[in-house]
Design a protein around this ligand. Structure first.
Ligand SMILES: [Zn+2]
Length: 493
């Protein structure tokens, strides 16, 4: 009787699926050796000639590069991503184009700087004129799927263009206890395992079709982890590392699924992030408030469907707008027609000992932008622009150009000493570069203004973002409540 009831219950199947995936998570601790053909730089250069390549793009929201063991962190937070880097390509220095998800993701997908995507405020949608990578894949006959857990990349902002399937996964009941430490008073439901599971289901149905799968993970952003992750401590910074370990386990499940489906030797896996996270390096914790290194330095790992002995490490600084020009080049698909980012293939091959670094990829000025008024419905902009050109980072207010900061990474990797007064000539040179950049004519694209209803606002607030409610009375009530319950020192992201 009980058994019958159990078998009839949908929860039984949800739990069963959860247990199977948790078992998959645990099994990764006994990893098998990489079972891929060994390859040379020449093999990598000719990869695009193959007609069978697929792409899995894993975006780990809010992931700063220095927390991955693959990037030298003392805690072994990312064994699965380390393994991908060890047989693939790791970019040591990667600049995101904003520290706020939507602006950063618009740039990443379109290969354009925020100045040219026009996505700078919370109600801005993607310009319809721009081409997205999923559209390139779809036109080339790929099956395309996007699974996301961050409302800033929801369908209504236009991020679904080119995807056959684009959705937020259903939160499943957990087969394993989950710890949540989101500083926000509201929470999004489920965990990244839901996205992993949705991705695994998509993979099991692709059969012989070529595919592009995008998974947008959120548990690092949400400080969420399962009891399969180590507990490093009780500070937000420690909990962040536990969440990263848990998300890395999810990456391991995706890799294992590809292996089980016989897809590992024809799938390119890309790991990237939209921005980092601050832990009191400058003004507090969180992101989407400034453009210092801790929110700007993100990882980028590209694991081709071959094993490169010892891996390739690219040390030249690159940008998130280069990701799609590079990946489309690697798999032999047409480039994004409007991208400002560049294919990094010459850098990759040069790092592998094949050819020289071309001058146009050397010592580039990498730009990031943030309108600090992004969460406001109306009112003037409060934009800062960061220009990174080794060994410097220069930050300037657009509305108040006299407000500048200059840091020397070489002498001051933590960006603690502002040199804008000391090295005023260097600062003046960068200020001129920024002024010239802003004076460049922009393409005449329009950003649709997206109506955000109360439900959507609630979902975005659940990510910890402070958004004004559409009703002013409700806005006043929430403000009073926030001041009552929120501990000081942490930003409303
Ligand atoms: Zn984000």
């Amino acid at each position: 009787m009980f058994l019958r009831k159990l078998i009839d219950s949908p929860w039984f199947y949800f739990s069963l699926a959860g247990i199977v995936l948790i078992a998959a998570v645990l099994s990764q601790f006994e990893r098998v050796a990489v079972d891929l053909p060994a390859a040379t730089a020449e093999d990598l250069a000719s990869l695009g000639e193959r007609q069978d390549l697929n792409v899995v793009f894993i975006l780990i929201d809010t992931l700063r590069a220095d927390r991955l063991s693959a990037y030298g962190y003392e805690r072994e937070t990312t064994p699965n991503m380390d393994a991908l880097a060890a047989r693939g390509i790791r970019f040591e220095q990667v600049e995101s184009q904003s520290s706020w998800t939507k602006a950063s993701m618009a740039s990443l997908w379109l290969g354009l700087l925020p100045e040219h995507t026009g996505v700078t405020r919370f109600f801005h949608g993607l310009p319809k004129e721009g081409t997205l990578p999923a559209e390139v894949f779809q036109r080339a006959g790929f099956r395309t799927a996007g699974v996301w857990r961050n409302g800033w990349v929801a369908n209504n902002f236009g991020f679904d263009r080119g995807f056959d399937l684009y959705y937020r996964p259903t939160p499943n009941r957990q087969a394993s206890p989950v710890q949540r430490h989101n500083p926000s008073s509201q929470r999004i439901q489920g965990t990244d395992l839901d996205a992993t599971q949705a991705g695994a289901e998509f993979l099991s149905g692709v059969h012989d079709d070529r595919f592009f799968l995008y998974l947008h993970y959120m548990d690092v952003h949400q400080y969420t982890y399962s009891d399969t992750a180590p507990v490093y401590g009780s500070l937000f910074s420690d909990i962040y590392d536990s969440s990263l370990h848990w998300v890395d386990q999810n990456v391991g499940v995706v890799v294992d699924q590809l292996r089980a489906d016989g897809l590992l030797d024809n799938t390119v896996i890309v790991i990237a992030s939209d921005h980092g996270e601050a832990f009191f390096e400058h003004e507090g914790e969180g992101h989407a408030r400034n453009l210092y290194w801790e929110v700007q330095d993100v990882p980028l790992i590209i694991a081709p469907p071959v094993a490169i002995q010892g891996g390739i490490v690219v040390s030249e600084p690159v940008a998130n707008i280069d990701i799609w020009p590079t990946v489309l080049d690697l798999v032999g698909l047409p480039p994004l027609p409007d991208a400002e980012g560049q294919s990094l293939m010459p850098l990759i091959l040069a790092a592998a000992g094949l050819g020289e670094v071309p001058p146009e990829l050397k010592g580039r000025a990498l730009i990031a932008q943030l309108d600090r008024s992004w969460g406001q419905t109306a009112g003037s902009s409060d934009e800062i622009i960061s220009l990174r050109q080794e060994p410097y980072r220069f930050i300037m207010s657009r509305e108040r150009p006299e407000e500048t900061e200059l840091f020397d990474h070489g002498a001051d990797p933590g960006e603690q000493s502002d040199l804008s007064q000391v090295d005023s000539e260097v600062a003046a040179g960068f200020a001129e570069d920024v002024a010239n950049f802003l004076a460049e004519p922009s393409q005449d694209w329009e950003n649709p203004e997206v109506e955000i209803d109360e439900m959507m606002r609630a979902q975005l607030r659940a990510l910890g973002y402070a958004l004004p409610p559409s009703d002013p009375m409700e806005a006043a009530r929430r403000k009073a409540e926030a001041e009552r319950v929120r501990p000081g020192g942490r930003w409303d992201k």
